[in-house]
Design a protein around this ligand. Sequence first.
Ligand SMILES: [Zn+2]
Ligand SMILES: [Zn+2]
Length: 261
Amino acid sequence: MKVSVLASGSSGNSIYVEGKGTKILIDAGLSGKEIDRRLQEIGVSGEQLDAILVTHEHIDHIKGVGILSRRYDLPIYANDLTWQGAANKLGKIKDCNCKIFKEGFMLGNLEIESFSIPHDANDPVGYLIRMGDNRVGIATDMGCIPPAVEKLLQGTDLLIIESNHDLEMLWHGSYPWPLKKRINGEHGHLSNDDAADLLPRLINSNYPRILLAHLSQDNNIPELAYITVKNNLEDHGFIIGKDLLLDYTYRDRPTMLYDVG
Ligand SMILES: [Zn+2]
Ligand SMILES: [Zn+2]
């Protein structure tokens, strides 16, 4: 499998996943034009895409979904309540491209499993994408980590995990109090400390690639997210570069194309 995070953060999210010729996006929260541009940067053309999966109906995840579906005649996969939340934001989508799923399904060579996450949207999900023995986990926009989700994400080969904010920066920052409470709440976003606490429990001996995602522009600094997570992993005996690869993702450009398996 191949994976690149095309964009990550509240200004737009999109993840590219490829497996034996099946090419999909998870979310498309930038303009259609910008998604096309970033796909080109990793050597993919929009015409090659097979589908878009949607995690939830917030605009930073669906901004370009309708445009891309119309431009490339792409099927869009989302659960029922997410469709209801997204319907009036996507423009007209062909009936045959509106795909409602419940939990698991196949998309070409990729086996897709969705799981519920705690976030303030209609029915938000993360995804686990499998091909053969390889697994990619996608878990952002979560206020906390339910035990069932933690279990699912254990031992993934590539994990895109939220590391949204530094708690000190959030509490001392300029956001209005209700927004601070929302971000830090059970249905908001994971902090650097949350990600740091979680990761030592998820890592197996398969040299996972861990990508820190959905970093806040105002309440985080990429290097701070990285160091917070790195320190806790090292406290637990993991060596970055030997036991795992740790990277962060960008709002303004794609990551490299990671090879999984
Ligand atoms: Zn988001
Ligand atoms: Zn969201």
